[in-house]
Design a protein around this ligand. Structure first.
Ligand SMILES: Cc1cc2nc3c(=O)[nH]c(=O)nc-3n(C[C@H](O)[C@H](O)[C@H](O)COP(=O)(O)OP(=O)(O)OC[C@H]3O[C@@H](n4cnc5c(N)ncnc54)[C@H](O)[C@@H]3O)c2cc1C
Length: 433
C-alpha cells in the first residue's frame, strides 16, 4: 500500500471518527484474492460519494455506477433557484470527473432487477452486471395513492418539485407568473421524508420573493404533522421577516390538528381537500408522503415501513446479503434523510466494504448530521446532531443536539447562511469531483 493511499484512508476514517490501523501486509494479500466487483445503483449524493470514497480507499476495486441521468440536479439550495436567486447550472453536476477515475465505470442506464442467486444486476439497456457487493442508493419514491386525484401525471402539472430537474423548472415558471394577490400552497407530508426542514425553507424563500415582488400574495403551508423541525427558529424568522402571527402575515402554517392533512386534489380547478374543508390556490405544490424508490420495492428490499432495513454498522441490507442500501432509501432509524447523512452513510458503507474485502474488523461508526436552512437573504439557521450506534438495538441514539439560540444576532444568522453555502460546496465536491 502506498503512503498516499494510506493517507487518503486515514483522512476518510478520521472524518468518520474511526481510528483504524490501516497498515499491514495482510491487507494487501487479502485484496489480491478477491475480485472486488462493486455495482452501485444510483448516482445521487449517496452513490457518487460511495464511488469516490471507495476509489480513494483502494483504486483496484472495479466499481460500476449505474445512473440513468447524464447530470445530477441537486435539491439542496433548489429553493433559491425556484425564486430566481440561483441558476439551474449551479445545481447541476456531471459524472465526468467520476468516470475519469481509474476504478469507476459510469453507465447511464436504469437498473431493473437484482438476481440474488447469480449476483447480477439487470438493466434496461446495458444487459447484466455481476457484483461481489451491490450498493443501492436510489433515493425516495412517492406515495401518490395517499392523495386522491394526485398521480405522477398530475404532478407534471402540479409539480412536487421534490426530486430536482424538470419539475423544479415548472414550479419556478408558475411562481414567476403568479398574479399579485395570488396564493401559493405547499403541502408538507407526515412520516419519514427527504429533507424534513425542506418545505419550510422553500416556504421562507417564496415568502421573501412575494414580499419583494407580489406584495398582496401569501403562502399557506398545509402540514400533515403537528410540528416541524427547527420550528421555533423558523417561526422567529417568519415573525421578524414576514409578519407571522399577525393578520398581515405572508406565511400561514396549518398543522394537522387544524386541518393540514390533505386527502384529495382536483387539478382542474386547483382545489385541495383538507380535514378542515376545501382550499383553492393559484399554485399547488403538493409534496406527497414518501417511501424508498420503486426499485427497492420491486426487489424485495423494503420492510413494512416502506424503507430498506439495514445494519447501521455496514449498511448491508437486513433482508438480502451482499446488498447494501445507503442514502434516503435506507431505514437508519433516527437519522434524517438528508444529503449530509447520505454522504456519511456512503463513507461508513465504503469503509465497511473495504474492511470486508480485506478481512479487517469493521470499526463501529459514528454519525452526525448538520443541516442549514435559509429563511431569507443572509439569514440561515442550523441544527447539528451527533449520534451513537447502540450495538444491541442497531438504533442510532442522539447524543448531542445543537441549534443557534433564539437570541442570536443578525450577524450570527448571516454566518449560518454562509456556512450553509460552504457545506453545499463541500458535499457536492466530495460526491462529484
Ligand atoms: C427541496 C429540498 C432541499 C434539500 N436541502 C437539503 C439540504 O440543504 N441539505 C441536505 O443535507 N439535504 C437536503 N435535501 C435532501 C437531499 O437532497 C437528499 O437527502 C439526498 O439527495 C439523498 O441522496 P440519495 O443519493 O440517497 O438520493 P438522490 O439524491 O435522490 O439520488 C438517487 C439517484 O438514484 C437514481 N436512481 C433511482 N432509481 C434508479 C434505478 N432504478 N437505477 C439507477 N439509478 C436509479 C436517481 O436517478 C438519482 O440520481 C433536500 C431535499 C429537497 C427535496
Amino acid at each position: 500500500m502506498t503512503k498516499s493511499r494510506r493517507d487518503a484512508i486515514k483522512l476518510i476514517l478520521a472524518s468518520l471518527g474511526y481510528a483504524l490501523n490501516t497498515s499491514g501486509a495482510a491487507t494487501e494479500k487479502a485484496q489480491i484474492t478477491a475480485s472486488k466487483k462493486i455495482v452501485i445503483i444510483g448516482g445521487g449524493f449517496a452513490g457518487a460519494t460511495l464511488a469516490n470514497t471507495l476509489h480513494a480507499l483502494d483504486n483496484t476495486f472495479h466499481i460500476t455506477l449505474i445512473e440513468p441521468n447524464k447530470y445530477y440536479h441537486s435539491c439542496p439550495l433548489s429553493a433559491e433557484y425556484l425564486v430566481g436567486k440561483r441558476t439551474k447550472e449551479s445545481l447541476t453536476f456531471s459524472y465526468r470527473n467520476l468516470s475519469n477515475l481509474k476504478s469507476i465505470h459510469v453507465i447511464h442506464d436504469t437498473a431493473t432487477h437484482i438476481d440474488y442467486e447469480k449476483k447480477t444486476i439487470l438493466t434496461k439497456r446495458s444487459g447484466s452486471h455481476s457484483y461481489d457487493r451491490c450498493v443501492v442508493g436510489i433515493g425516495v419514491g412517492y406515495k401518490f395513492d395517499s392523495i386522491e386525484g394526485y398521480s405522477p401525471e398530475v404532478s407534471e402539472q402540479l409539480p412536487h418539485a421534490w426530486s430536482g430537474g424538470e419539475q423544479q423548472a415548472i414550479l419556478k415558471k408558475q411562481l414567476m407568473s403568479l398574479r399579485d394577490g395570488g396564493t401559493v400552497l405547499i403541502s408538507a407530508p407526515s412520516g419519514d421524508y427527504k429533507c424534513p426542514p425542506g418545505p419550510y425553507e422553500r416556504a421562507s424563500l417564496i415568502a421573501e420573493f412575494l414580499k419583494r415582488n407580489r406584495r398582496r400574495s401569501k403562502i399557506i403551508i398545509l402540514d400533515g404533522k403537528s410540528d416541524f423541525p427547527k420550528q421555533e427558529l423558523f417561526e422567529k424568522a417568519w415573525r421578524e421577516l414576514y409578519g407571522y402571527g399577525t393578520s398581515n402575515s405572508i406565511i400561514e402554517w396549518i398543522s394537522s390538528e387544524k386541518g393540514g392533512i390533505v386527502s384529495a386534489v382536483n387539478p382542474r380547478n386547483r382545489d385541495i381537500l383538507t380535514s378542515a374543508g376545501t382550499i383553492r390556490a393559484d399554485i399547488l405544490n403538493i409534496i406527497p408522503p414518501q417511501k424508498a424508490g420503486t426499485f427497492a420495492h420491486f426487489n424485495d428490499l423494503t420492510g413494512p415501513h416502506g424503507w430498506c432495513p439495514i445494519d447501521t454498522k455496514t449498511f448491508e441490507s437486513s433482508i438480502k446479503p451482499y446488498v447494501h442500501v445507503i442514502g434516503d432509501a435506507a431505514y437508519a432509524e433516527m437519522l434524517p434523510k438528508s444529503a449530509f447523512t447520505a454522504c456519511v452513510e456512503a463513507r461508513v458503507c465504503a469503509v465497511a466494504i473495504y474492511c470486508l474485502f480485506n478481512n479487517h474488523p469493521i470499526p463501529c461508526p459514528q454519525f452526525m448530521n448538520v443541516c442549514y436552512s435559509l429563511c431569507a437573504e443572509n439569514y440561515g439557521i442550523s441544527v447539528f446532531l451527533r449520534y451513537e450506534r447502540n450495538t444491541k438495538t442497531n438504533i442510532l441514539d442522539i447524543k448531542n443536539l445543537v441549534k443557534p439560540p433564539l437570541n442570536s444576532t443578525k450577524e450570527d444568522y448571516r454566518k449560518e447562511s454562509q456556512f450553509g453555502y460552504s457545506m453545499f460546496n463541500t458535499m457536492t465536491a466530495e460526491a462529484f469531483w
